[in-house]
Design a protein around this ligand. Structure first.
Ligand code: F6P
Length: 549
């Protein structure tokens, strides 16, 4: 049954109207309520007391989860059932971080054994490159890596690479090495990625699940030409490796499949950072040790997700609050606000994970969803965001936010004579902002401060703006894996409740097809054809203007 026809859905709709008369300022006075809205697993602490929910809301949300079959859907996913119905695929990114001793047989294949076999190859290869046993064509050590890929073949690896860059142990492991990402087909991105690199000391990793993605293929050819120009065609074998599920295409491109690292169709692109997609560039840069911790952190959340009671299950709680805020309270956007500069690419990655997964208008059976599913994700690290878009968060639209902070900094600094150490200064903001959003500032409070009457409307804050607070100990490889899995599963929870397929991405196809048509026209026009045909008047005029230079 479609979720909107369930009694819990109808009850939540009515209840959403009731909550209109509540204010977080009042709800937050109830210490018992605040305590009841916290949950913790393996060092990840969630305080959801600033969600606009009561005990009744929670009961109804868990009833909704039950009526959506959430528990059995989670179980089906981790068991390897083909829950990606439109593509008839399993969804098994959890198998990518399962320990070696585990066994999971899907269609007669032990997928965990396959994962560990590829990981062993990655580890060996990365070690050979890092120690100089694998050398470049001129005999020099390969100290720089350019990872070419886009979407899931880029965002996850970059988020993790950046999260670990300032971690002490990782920084030490990467000393003397550079890792660059090349994603955009914009030639400017090529220039930036290759700037200052020497082909003789550079290893190129072409990452593409399909090995057909236009941007990645053109960038791979461009960088291959850069290598060949200096080192000759034979150098490709020593300087280019690939990550893909399409090993035939890898061979066709000219990369020896012996130098390719495979993965499987049950790994969605945006869920692939724990496969060779992320592990190859990350292991080349940081070595294998942090990878093990990263995978272990993700696995810890996987286990929790699959086994913890729903009421204490972190991804389930985050997902249900997402459904409540977006579908029932009508908040279309969600801000991700890590108070940690090392997470500056986190929001970009979760944007793809979440918006490509749940940006859907139909249920799995093709019926139109009669409510808004999916959320618009955006974010920046605090405190930078505070000096940018927080104005809108405080006094403009209501944007539910996730605040993510750490007890310890990766790089503590104490300045002599300052009242607090630098990390405390950061965290003072972290603790203040959720309260400012929730409590706001009333007209009376403004008046009591002596604010002139005409300025009161400008200086008051309505408050009542929901947020989650996530507090972890320290951002290291383990915590990075935990955060990743937490947000991957949060997205799955929402899709499971809404009833859409969170694991296909048909919405990206139309633009690609039209792009091919424009590319053909540009090629013809550049070759001398004068006619521009097959486009609407606006696009025809725009193309003419572009071609005229
Ligand atoms: O265009 C969207 C998409 O298919 C994403 O889902 C995917 O992560 C990205 O393109 C890259 O795909 P590939 O890894 O096959 O190059």
């Amino acid at each position: 049954m479609s979720i909107h026809l369930t009694p819990a859905f109808a009850a939540l709709r009515d209840h959403a109207v009731e909550t209109g008369s509540l204010h977080l300022r009042d709800l937050m006075q109830d210490a018992k309520r605040c305590r009841s809205l916290t949950a913790e697993h393996d060092g990840v602490f969630l305080d959801a007391s600033r969600q606009l929910v009561t005990a009744k809301t929670l009961d109804l949300l868990f009833a909704l989860a039950e009526q959506a079959g959430l528990k059995s859907k989670i179980a089906a996913m981790v068991r390897g059932e083909r829950i990606n119905g439109t593509e008839k695929r399993s969804v098994l990114h959890t198998a990518l971080r399962a320990p070696k001793e585990r066994k999971l047989v899907v269609d007669g294949v032990d997928v965990i054994a396959e994962v560990h076999a590829v990981n062993a190859r990655i580890k060996k290869f990365a070690d050979a490159v890092r120690t100089g046993r694998w050398k470049g064509a001129t005999g020099k050590k390969l100290v720089d890596v350019v990872a070419i890929g886009i979407g899931g073949s880029y965002l996850g690896p970059e988020f993790v690479a950046e999260a670990l860059r300032t971690d002490g142990a990782c920084a030490k492991a990467a000393a003397g090495r550079r890792l660059r990402f090349l994603a955009n087909v914009d030639p400017i991105d090529v220039a930036r990625a290759l700037d200052g690199l020497d082909p003789a000391t550079t290893l190129v990793v072409v990452i593409s699940k399909t090995f057909t993605t236009a941007e990645t293929m053109l960038n791979a050819k461009t960088v291959r030409a850069w290598l060949v120009k200096k080192l000759g065609a034979k150098a490709v074998a020593r300087h280019m490796v690939a990550v893909s599920t399409n090993l035939d295409a890898v061979a066709k491109f000219g990369i020896d499949p012996a130098n390719a690292f495979g993965f499987w169709d049950w790994v969605g692109g945006r869920y692939s950072v724990c496969s060779a997609v992320g592990l190859v560039p990350l292991a080349l840069h940081y070595g294998w040790k942090p990878i093990e911790r990263f995978l272990a952190g993700a696995h810890s959340i996987d286990e929790h997700f699959a086994s913890a009671p729903l009421r204490k299950n972190l991804p389930v709680l985050l997902g249900l609050f997402g459904v409540w805020n977006s579908t029932f309270l009508g908040h279309a956007t969600r801000a991700l606000l890590p108070y940690c500069q090392a997470l500056h690419r986190f929001a970009a990655h979760i944007q793809q994970v979440d918006m490509e997964s749940n940006g859907k208008r139909v249920a799995l059976d093709g019926s139109t969803l009669p409510f808004q599913a999916g959320e618009v994700d955006f974010g920046e690290p605090g405190t930078n965001g505070q000096h940018s878009f927080y104005q809108l968060l405080h006094q403009g639209r209501v944007v539910p936010a996730d605040f993510i902070g750490f007890v310890e900094s990766q790089r503590p600094i104490a300045v002599k004579g300052e009242k607090v150490v630098n990390h405390d200064e950061l965290m003072a903001n972290f603790f203040a902002q959720p309260d400012a959003l929730a409590f706001g500032k009333t007209a009376d409070e403004c008046r009591a401060e002596g604010i002139a009457d005409e300025l009161i409307p400008h200086k008051m804050f309505p408050g009542d703006r929901p947020s989650n607070v996530l507090l972890l100990r320290r951002l290291d490889a383990y915590a990075t894996g935990q955060l990743l899995a937490l947000y991957e599963h949060r997205t799955a929870v929402q899709g499971f409740v809404w009833g859409n397929n969170s694991f296909d991405q048909m919405g990206v196809e139309l633009g690609k097809v039209l792009g091919v048509k424009v590319r053909d026209q540009l090629a013809k026009s550049r070759a001398g054809a004068t006619a521009i045909s097959g486009f609407n008047p606006s696009t025809t005029a725009l193309l003419r203007r572009y071609l005229e230079g």
